[in-house]
Every structure is written in structure tokens, then in C-alpha cells.
Ligand binder design. Structure first.
Ligand SMILES: Nc1nc2c(ncn2[C@@H]2O[C@H](COP(=O)(O)OP(=O)(O)OP(=O)(O)O)[C@@H](O)[C@H]2O)c(=O)[nH]1
Length: 239
């Protein structure tokens, strides 16, 4: 059996399932066709299979890039983490497939409620993350609130005919300006705020005050090269 042929067939099946259009494979366009297959596979590797959103791995790369940009430009960037409230109940009541439909609907609502320059990711099971570059602290609360309202505004219509009312809790933190940081530290800060939103009763937004997110001891270490860098190995083990 020719393994290379088998792998190509598997790749084509994946692309077909992901609805990636390929140019027709005709005499003379072999190179363009293969390039389209590679482009499709690359794009597929950056996306979450259920929602089509940016996947966790790619989101971490987007965060790292944004941290570098903020440290160079001093611009403000906001990270939001959003978790569907009492999602287990939805699975338990309507079944796992219906739960998946709710996750997909949330993905669409999030994408529709932010700018094209923002990155929306499915970060875990029923957890999403949004990175908003160039988002001033004066607008952050309004943006986060708009996202929260977009989730609860309409019930999700399931294919079974049921309608499910959903809410979500949102936590957020700004990237520290002019300072090198890490995706893990930024995520930790936003996660802490998500925890606050959950413990304060859910269906709400908690944002870290922009001034507080200035510089942690670990980030000072990065700034002055003291070797306290949150290592890539640590980031990888978080995956
Ligand atoms: N349908 C579906 N369920 C998932 C998926 N990933 C995780 N889950 C479920 O999501 C549920 C998350 O439940 P919990 O972490 O207890 O949180 P919760 O019920 O949302 O409660 P709070 O977050 O505290 O409001 C678990 O039951 C998981 O099995 C998925 O891809 N599809």
C-alpha cells in the first residue's frame, strides 16, 4: 500500500469535511492544486472543528504576537474569556449533540458582536476567548457587555425544536503596556476575572482595572532580563 497516497486521500477527506473548496485537478495545474491542498490543511490546523473559530493553539500564538505589539507601541489590548453558564445542565437536559449546537450558536454570536480585526477562539469545551487589539480601557466595559448581551439576547433554537435560554460570564484583562509579558500571565489575569464573574452570580462581566494590570513581579523580571521568564515549556504544558 502506498502510504503517501493514503495520506493525501486522508487530507482530501479532511478538506472535504471542512468544506474547503479545491480547484479541479487537471493536467498542468498540479502545483497550484497541491498548493491549495497545503493552504487548506494549514488553515484547518488553526481552527476548532466544531465552531470553525480560531483554536486554542493558534489563539496562544495570536496572544504572544499581540503582547509584543503592545510592548512596542504602548497601544491598549483587551483579552476577554467567556464561559457559558451552567452548561452541564444543557447537556444533561437536551443531550450532548444539543450542547454542541449551543456551542456553535455562541461561536456565531461572538463573531457577530466584535470587529473583523478581533480574534474569537474556542478555548476549551464551553469556554471562549476574544482578543481585542487597540481597545481603549474607556471602551472595554461596553464591548464586554455587548458580548454578554449578544449571548443572552435570543434563545438558541435546537434542531430538536426546543429553545434554550443561555447566559455567559465574562472576565477580562488588558495587556500590560510597554512591558514584555506572556500569554499565560495575561490569560491568568482574565481567568481570575472570569472566576469573579462566576462567583458573583454569573451572567455578568468582570474586568481588571487597566491600572492594576501594569506590571507583575514576573513581568518586571522579563523587562529587566532577570530570567524570570514564564517559559515556553510552561506555556506548552498549559495546552
Ligand atoms: N456538548 C458538549 N459538552 C461539552 C463539550 N466540552 C465540554 N462539555 C461539557 O461542558 C460541561 C462543563 O460543565 P462545568 O465545568 O461543570 O460548568 P457549568 O455547568 O457550565 O457551570 P458553570 O461554568 O459553573 O456555570 C461538562 O459537562 C462537559 O462535559 C463539548 O465539546 N460539547
Amino acid at each position: 500500500m502506498d502510504l503517501r497516497k493514503l495520506q493525501l486521500e486522508q487530507a482530501l477527506t479532511l478538506l472535504q469535511q471542512g468544506r474547503y473548496p479545491l480547484p479541479p485537478r487537471v493536467e498542468g495545474n498540479g502545483e497550484a492544486w497541491l498548493q491549495a491542498v497545503l493552504d487548506g490543511l494549514c488553515d484547518l490546523s488553526l481552527r476548532d472543528a466544531l465552531t470553525g473559530l480560531t483554536n486554542r493553539r493558534h489563539f496562544r500564538a495570536v496572544l504572544e504576537r499581540e503582547i509584543d505589539r503592545v510592548a512596542r507601541t504602548g497601544e491598549s489590548a483587551l483579552l476577554l474569556i467567556l464561559d457559558i453558564d451552567h452548561f452541564k445542565r444543557i447537556n444533561d437536559t437536551y443531550g450532548h449533540e444539543s450542547g454542541d449546537q449551543v456551542i456553535q450558536a455562541v461561536g456565531v454570536r461572538l463573531s457577530d458582536s466584535v470587529r473583523p480585526m478581533d480574534t474569537v477562539a474556542r478555548y476549551g469545551g464551553e469556554e471562549f476567548a476574544i482578543m481585542l487589539p487597540n481597545c481603549q480601557p474607556t471602551f472595554g466595559s461596553a464591548v464586554a457587555e455587548r458580548v454578554r448581551v449578544a449571548i443572552e439576547a435570543q434563545p438558541v433554537k435546537l434542531t430538536s425544536g426546543h429553545e434554550v435560554h443561555i447566559t455567559a460570564s465574562v472576565g477580562g484583562a488588558y495587556a500590560p503596556q510597554w512591558v514584555r509579558s506572556s500569554a499565560s500571565l495575561w490569560m491568568e489575569r482574565a481567568d481570575l476575572q472570569l472566576y469573579c464573574a462566576k462567583t458573583e452570580g454569573r451572567n455578568r462581566v468582570c474586568l481588571e482595572q487597566a491600572a492594576i494590570s501594569s506590571v507583575s513581579a514576573e513581568e518586571k523580571g522579563m523587562l529587566f532580563g532577570l530570567g524570570a521568564h514564564h517559559s515556553d515549556a510552561q506555556d506548552a504544558s498549559d495546552e
